[in-house]
Design a protein around this ligand. Sequence first.
Ligand code: BGC
Length: 747
Amino acid sequence: MRIFFISFYTLVFSLVVNAQRKTIDQRVDSVLRLMTLEEKVGQMNQYNGPWAATGPLTNDDNLLTQIKEGKVGSMLNVTGVARTRELQNLAMQTRLKIPLLFGQDIIHGYRTTFPIPLAEAASWDLEAIERSARIAAIEASAAGVHWTFAPMVDIARDPRWGRVMEGAGEDPYLGSLIAKARVKGFQGKGLGNTDAVMACAKHFAAYGAAVGGRDYNSVDMSFRQLHEVYLPPFKAALDAGAATFMNSFNDLNGIPATANKYLQRDILKGEWKFKGFVVSDWGSVGEMINHGYAKDNKDASMLATNAGSDMDMESRSNIQNLAQLVKEGKVKLSLVDDAVRRILHKKFEMGLFDDPYRFCNETREKEQWNNQPHLDAEKDMARKSIVLLKNAPLPGQEKQLLPLKKADGQSKIALIGPLVRSIKEHLGFWSYDWPDDSTRITSLWDEVQKKMGDNKLLYAKGCNIDDNSKAGFDEATSIAKDADIIIISVGEGRDMTGEAKSKSNIHLPGVQEELIEAITATAKPVVVLISAGRPLIFNWTADNVPAILYTWWLGTKGAEAIADVLFGDYNPSGKLPMSFPGTEGQIPIYYNYYNTGRPATSDSDRFYRSAYIDFSIYPKFAFGYGLSYTNFNYSNITLNGASLKGNQKLTASIVVSNTGKYDGAEVVQLYIRDMVGSVVRPVKELKGFQKIILKAGESKTVSFTITTEDLKFYNNDLKYDWESGEFEIMIGTSSKDVKTAKLTWNK
Ligand code: BGC
């Protein structure tokens, strides 16, 4: 009976959705029928607002007049109710009164800045990540924004590439789940609700594989790798309902993504049946001239539109040429109609045809100015994102250095480093500056002071983030000698990782690591906090300092979150979503590599092996790695069978015990290896994880259900299927620390 009701309601629901869709389709067509070719092309044109830019601006030719003439379909970088209303007023003066769409890079929060996406990925907490995107959408939509250019779902195996901070790291499985969570968060209960913004899965595709980690660079990869590693998060975003996609700056195997028919027409709009629209990246249509793929802007507009790019962000190639291209028969009118239909559809779904000002509510905007529940959620997300990389006992002692004791009235703490008193650096790249930031955001200094009560705190900056001066070292070492414990706060400035921030040297910048060495030489216990947008290299610190927390860029409540972890009000549980190299020469470095014909089994196994003669082949910190203040013990794996057939299900279980003194959360990770394949298979692939909370002394059985879906891969003919054979099931605390069980699984 229940089944009957469920299916009855599902039927009614899908009829309603279809009916709505149909009405929108009909309304879109009725608008389209009235439009001139020039007005259609106007919808395929997006300009940057007159107030901000995230890329090179083309001439600001009478922008406002063009809006009034119906030559603009969307604006980016226009936020705030007042400004969006001002421009929407102009759109309402056009012949057909087609509303503008306002897009903005809401990458990790708006008024409340959340941790950078890479940091959030370290939480492996999908609910928290969805909530973070939800809050970003609530705040941004209240400020007139309809559309965020997020999530960035590019797989990133190269920390030289500055944009690693915007994504979920190196793994397609984790990346897909996070892509889905972010899309769901942004779009909330669905487009049409005034607190939902359209998501935009970007950058389609393979942008993260830019050669040499250099931004905007070429990408050359096999179609198998494209499908297996780089496309899954995009598909996941689409399945979660992502309203739009953004193509990308790079060429893929010689064809710029912006004019890549295979990506946009064959896969995205063909095989995947994507119904939304594709926006170009900033200027990427016109930049095909520099690629040497288009002769001029006219050629570029033709190539992009024919290949399925629907809206031109800031290159003015469409607005200046597309109507003429249609008249000359170089672009079919049906393709322009298809693009415009997709764009109008979204405007209808957003309810903008019914009320173009529905996102322009001053009261709602003000309510989001200091929204306490949002700030609380931010702090929660920030604490979950912190990764404890090291926590060794001090010489001669059993107890680990962290967590520190609060207000014991005895210890003197010295806070040293260029980031101790910083505020803006917590926000990171792709965040917004607010005039009251210096009063509403606290520094590490403020927060440690709160925890330590009246105890004396000492401070020295020691050095700047990124220059060679050691002038402050003496003062720093002298206060260090005076203290019982030293916290050193170092890392990157907020604009050192991000778009166009590729680096060939990803060591801790400037003389910061030398400062750490100088302070450690005082023989006082040292905790190092590293704040950065990407995996950095800090081998001396990793080898010599007893306690290290990787704190990324954690957002508005970052300092509070760090202090909570330092003093044990929160037990860290973050796990790295990217491998941390020990030297730039190891890059690209990732856990799901192929074994090669001459695999090295250790760093002393180098004789004619796939190894480096001058450096380890292993990452300094592995994918999935991260410690807790407590310890987790893993039993052996039990399987429900060692020889499976066809569509049977495998259950793999393991008992995880908290053997330490603190309650804590652990991310239990499942990896699978297909031992022999018709194409070479990775040494392990993440196929599941569970974040569990265990009280001190508690044990839990964690079970994973594995089906043949989890064994599938793209074979040499790009067919997605699984093959009979032997498999290794691995469960553990990181990609390098797992228990293993074997089985056979045959068709
Ligand atoms: C970036 C995009 C971004 C766009 C708009 C481009 O430079 O690559 O990710 O959405 O600018 O700001």
